[in-house]
Design a protein around this ligand. Structure first.
Ligand SMILES: Nc1ncnc2c1ncn2[C@@H]1O[C@H](COP(=O)(O)OP(=O)(O)OP(=O)(O)O)[C@@H](O)[C@H]1O
Length: 377
């Protein structure tokens, strides 16, 4: 969708901001550009919407060399979100969000309807916030309006330059989660500039780690953390990259244990027999529809009619594919001996125990070492 071919940018004073850059961002992919200040991230981004033109090389958007495209027309296909947001102070939130559709010639009513829909999508109630002015919003809310405005004309491509850089860490994490949720819905092709390695790892399908003007490594966060391509990248991602890897290592089916499963309506004797046959002290309890209800202890199944007479609720669960970091946090939060793991259709897939989690942690960390020795050989 966005393709850089040997792109170099030299400013008139002789500074080479970007040096022979080649990479491709697939349709619907979110690529983070991360690196220290002055390494050329913003220059890279501004070349995509022709705020800056390259000195050498070419950039293709959707197969078309953008050097031949009128910048104004090009920018209609490309949403742009920056740290300073740049909302018009004298326009309301709704008017700000409707700006681009109106420039594109939409009727005032249609543009405002679309704006209200988008504010809703980014988690702002148009009835509450729509008529406010930007200075009546919090920093986090202003950033959300910036994202809504960039999405208003439904461009296939989004450029985001440190969009969450100016808010405090708690709000930033919140905005990141919301943005990930939003991106799963809208599936834009996104270039996202940040100097925060945690943010780059968390948001990126792939990440480009910049050294001075060059991409030192372009790969998935798990690979960048597990097998840094050079001592520079290893140093940049930090000595705690093993820990960071926990947030990008997913729980898999192999990490789960399979205790006996009984249903709320099962007769007590039949349930007790099943537990005895597997020599288990407890079983997971599902309701008639197969949804997780909780658990039941073997010794409780001595009397009564159905499992439901003795079943206890268990609220904690994790989706299959959740990160080890999330798993750790849910286990600590619920002080639980096990956590049920459900798939996308909320079907029960097994339980994660502290032993299973420990095994997965070891695998993740030793993965780092193994990959390191591969990278070093
Ligand atoms: N108009 C300009 N003229 C000359 N040099 C420039 C110009 N704009 C940027 N540069 C230089 O180009 C290099 C790359 O700048 P760029 O803004 O792309 O970096 P960055 O990685 O986005 O940095 P930051 O994270 O600080 O925003 C820097 O050395 C910068 O000083």
């Amino acid at each position: 969708m966005i393709r850089f071919e040997h792109v170099t940018k030299r400013y008139p004073d002789g500074t080479t901001a970007v040096d022979d850059l080649s990479f491709e961002v697939a349709e619907g992919e979110l690529v983070t550009l991360v690196g220290p200040s002055g390494c050329g991230k913003t220059t890279t981004m501004k070349m995509v919407n022709r705020l800056i033109d390259p000195t050498e090389g070419r950039i293709l958007v959707d197969g078309e060399d953008i050097a031949g495209v009128d910048p104004v027309k090009l920018r209609r296909r490309i949403g742009y979100v920056i740290q300073q947001v740049g909302l018009f102070p004298h326009k309301t939130v709704l008017e700000n969000t409707a700006t681009v559709p109106q420039l594109l010639g939409w009727s005032r009513r249609k543009a405002r309807e679309r704006a209200a829909e988008l504010l809703d999508l980014v988690g702002l109630d148009p009835a509450v916030h729509g008529d406010r002015y930007p200075d009546q919003l919090s920093g986090g809310q202003r950033q959300r309006v910036g994202v809504a405005r960039a999405l208003a004309a439904d461009p296939p491509v989004l450029l985001m330059d440190e969009p969450f850089g100016a808010v405090d860490p708690v709000v930033r994490e919140h905005l990141q989660s919301e943005f990930l949720r939003l991106q799963r819905q809208v599936r834009k092709t996104v270039l996202f500039v940040t100097h925060d390695i945690e943010e780059a790892v968390r948001l990126g399908d792939r990440m480009a780690v910049y050294g001075a003007g060059r991409v030192e490594q372009f790969d998935t966060p798990a690979t960048v953390l597990g097998a840094p391509a050079s001592p520079y990248v290893a140093d940049f991602v930090g000595s705690d990259r093993g820990l960071k890897r926990l947030s990008v290592t997913a729980i898999g089916q192999d990490d789960l244990e399979q205790p006996p499963v009984v249903r709320l309506d099962d007769a007590v004797e039949a349930a007790a027999e099943r537990l005895a046959a597997q020599d288990a002290r407890w079983a997971v309890v599902l309701d008639a529809g197969g949804a997780l209800h909780g658990w039941v202890a073997r010794e409780a199944l001595a009397d009564g009619a159905a499992v439901r007479d003795h079943a206890r609720r268990m609220e904690a669960w994790l989706p299959l594919g959740a990160s080890l970091k999330q798993a750790f946090s849910v286990m600590l939060q619920h002080d639980a001996g096990w956590v049920a793991v459900l798939d996308d259709d909320e079907r029960f897939r097994g339980v994660l125990t502290p032993a299973g989690l420990h095994e997965a942690l070891r695998r993740s960390v030793s993965g780092v070492e193994q990959l390191e020795s591969v990278a070093g050989s």
